[in-house]
Design a protein around this ligand. Structure first.
Ligand SMILES: [Zn+2]
Length: 302
């Protein structure tokens, strides 16, 4: 998705922007050195886009307190910067936001985090200025961060959500030895939480992309996205050269793959038994209509 959206005129894909402070300060040896590189194959600090962005944001991006620094873009200012407390805090905030009667409390929460929202926007504005683009595509998978950005500058935000093929997702989790029922339920819960939170902010201008549709007809979906962003760029793309992007986080294999074409992953058809497919299908039926209507009916009938 990063590569496809980023191929549209006036857009710039960053990858998971939330990881930027971490990418810059990752001296710990446990991580792959590939993480120090931008997709253009230069170290992030030497890439002509990111070096300028960093120079303009230096003071903030090089915060001396490493643990604080890591979370300086994310929603955790009230929680101690330790993954355990962060996770509890996030769960609590999501629970609060999901309650119908607590709208005023959620407003207070957003106000508390407003400064963080402004810091994020300052970074986004700098990237737009340095790269000379209008739309900055951030694929951080963080619903709270999205809500905060939306709260801080609602007029400047667009939301594109991709619904992945549940069979493919469960199949890849199964490879890591996870339980199929649990994985399928988690998959549904994640989308349903998202749908519920989106419904709270009365955001009606969003786009849902179906993964299968994307892989079957890349240019049709690309045009839909351009149309949503009000950009008239209808040229077709055949091949993607990952080296022409400046994406700073994400899967190494894809980021440094060179020339790639989009192919549909249908491995699940041969790997999942009919019983397993039926287990997944039964859970997928509980999907919120916001996503259900975009996902092929095919997955509900096993
Ligand atoms: Zn670069």
């Amino acid at each position: 998705m990063d590569f496809i959206i980023g191929s549209i005129e006036n857009t710039f894909s960053t990858g998971e922007l939330i990881n930027l402070p971490w990418q810059l300060n990752r001296q710990d040896k446990t991580l792959s050195t590939k993480d120090n590189y931008c997709t253009c194959r230069k170290p992030i600090k030497e890439c002509h886009v990111w070096s300028q962005v960093i120079a303009q944001q230096e003071k903030w991006l090089y915060n001396k307190n490493k643990s604080k620094f890591r979370t300086s873009l994310s929603w955790s200012v009230l929680a101690p910067s330790q993954p355990f407390y962060e996770a509890i805090y996030r769960k609590f905030v999501i629970w609060l936001l999901k309650q119908n009667s607590l709208i005023s409390i959620s407003d207070i929460l957003f106000r508390l985090h407003r400064r963080k929202g402004q810091l994020n926007w300052r970074l986004i504005d700098t990237i737009a200025e340095v790269s000379g683009n209008i739309f900055i595509v951030d694929s951080s998978k963080d619903i709270l961060r999205f809500l905060l950005l939306q709260y801080t500058r609602p007029e400047d935000i667009y939301l594109i959500m991709m619904i992945r093929n549940p069979m493919g997702v469960c199949n890849s989790h199964l490879k890591h030895g996870r339980n199929i029922k649990c994985t399928a339920s988690k998959w549904v819960k994640k989308y349903n939480t998202f749908a519920k939170l989106i419904s709270k902010i009365n955001l009606d201008n969003y786009l849902v992309i179906d993964y299968d549709e994307l892989t079957e007809n890349v240019n049709y979906v690309r045009n839909r996205i351009a149309h949503y962003l009000n950009i008239s760029d209808l040229k077709d793309i055949q091949e993607i050269n990952t080296g022409s992007y400046h994406i700073i986080a994400g899967n190494h294999k894809t980021r440094f793959a060179g020339n790639i074409t989009i192919v549909k992953d249908e491995e699940w058809k041969s790997k999942l038994s009919p019983e397993q497919q039926s287990i997944i299908s039964r859970r997928v039926r509980k999907l919120n209509p916001l996503f259900k209507k975009s996902l092929s009916g095919f997955y509900f009938n096993f």
